[in-house]
Design a protein around this ligand. Structure first.
Ligand code: SF4
Ligand code: SF4
Length: 378
């Protein structure tokens, strides 16, 4: 694996300290798998009712129609359109648990809604947990905000997990530049045995599982969770609800008001913009999920799903691609040492995690990313 690098960032882009909320949308739009058109119009659904595997209704309301919208990767999908009745009525209501550190392993596994998270916890014996509290895209700070606003809940959940895996340990990885989150943990972690903070350098991609494990000399079978997944476990076990909301970051040099917004899943990004950015954002490009790993998209039909982390609004800069000077920088910077020129020149498939580093480093401004991903990045 290649050596990770520190990116040049625009330090004038500063996200305001407190997150905003957009939790009362009139409509939510839930993507559904192609052949799953068994829900009929005017069906009434309760909040948190399961629509299909790992997907739950974020509101109570009525199914009104089906319409096409787009996901963060640009894919067009059919969505169920629900009119919110603002009653917030739930299918089944379980009492919130007073505490979660007395749960058995079976209680924990059964209480988790998300299949992928559940599978990670099926190990027996000694477990080392690696919790990544790192945002891996410049100008996106969801993990940092979530940890600062829910530090105790995250620590309680880690403690509950350690109780059912005797003699286990947990490490929370944070960037050594993220002072606010480090301080938030320092204020609570004294109470928790076997939970330790590991500081890492501010390198691009360092929060991703293989890179973080390598950097911290951890083993492949150690259990990796994002801080947001730990908080999801907390909601499942303590509040007994699936994840229905998430943080997204809206920032970039095209706005004077960068922020993190807590919103319902299924909301249209345009509705969030109408509330917080009613002004004309001028001649900007909107990068869903960031400038490095994301895609330039039209916001009109983009919806908030679990994998949308944010929108980076950037003033458009006209860069004309020049001839390749065969410097080889794109190959040497690639985490896999893949040759993106094979995709660019010959349309070949190369091993690629769509990190955007080859485009970032190219002195000739060649949009390699566009060829690797097939999107319309400018
Ligand atoms: S986008 Fe793909 S080819 Fe380019 S550096 Fe990243 S992994 Fe390598
Ligand atoms: S970094 Fe750009 S100019 Fe250099 S070899 Fe790769 S494509 Fe060509």
């Amino acid at each position: 694996m290649a050596k990770l690098i520190k990116l040049d960032k625009d330090v004038t882009i500063q996200i305001k300290d407190k997150s905003e909320e957009y939790l009362t949308p009139d409509f939510v739009y839930i993507p559904f798998p192609p052949k799953k058109e068994d829900l009929k119009k005017e069906v009434h659904i309760k909040k948190a009712s399961m629509l299909y595997q790992d997907v739950y209704s974020p509101v109570s309301g009525t199914l009104k129609s089906v319409e096409k919208n787009i996901l963060s990767n640009g894919e067009e999908v059919n969505c169920l359109v629900f009119l919110n009745d603002f009653q917030e009525k739930r299918e089944k209501t379980y009492a919130t648990r007073k505490k979660i550190n007395n749960l058995s392993k079976q209680d924990i596994i059964e209480g988790i809604y998300n299949t992928k998270i559940k599978e990670k916890l099926l190990q027996d014996g000694l477990v080392t947990f690696l919790i990544s509290g790192i945002d891996d895209e410049p100008y996106i700070e969801n993990e940092a905000f979530l940890q600062r606003e829910h530090t105790k809940s995250i620590a309680d959940t880690i403690d509950a997990l350690l109780n059912v895996y005797p003699k286990s340990r947990a490490y929370i990885a944070l960037k050594n530049t993220d002072n606010k989150t480090i301080m938030a943990y320092q204020n609570v972690l004294g109470m928790y045995k076997n939970v330790e903070i590991k500081l890492v350098e501010d390198l691009f991609l360092i929060g991703k599982e293989p890179f973080l494990k390598k950097y911290l000399h951890m083993k492949d079978h150690d259990v990796y969770l994002k801080a947001s997944e730990v908080y999801e476990i907390y909601l499942n076990l303590k509040k007994r609800i699936p994840i229905l909301e998430k943080y997204i970051t809206i920032s970039g040099n095209g706005t004077t008001n960068p922020m993190v917004v807590k919103t319902k899943l299924g909301v249209k990004v345009l509705d969030i913009f109408k509330k917080f950015y009613p002004e004309d954002l001028g001649d900007c490009a909107f990068y869903a999920n960031g400038m490095m790993q994301g895609t330039v998209l039209d916001l009109n039909r983009l919806i908030v799903t679990r994998d949308l982390d944010g929108i980076i609004i950037m003033k458009k800069v006209k860069r004309v691609a020049k001839k390749c000077i065969k410097c080889g920088k794109c190959i040497s910077i690639c985490p896999f040492h893949s040759n993106p020129l094979l995709a660019y020149k010959l349309g070949m498939q190369v091993k690629c995690m769509h990190c955007g580093l080859c485009t970032y480093i190219c002195p000739s401004y060649i949009p390699l990313y566009q060829y690797l991903r097939g999107d319309k990045r400018e």
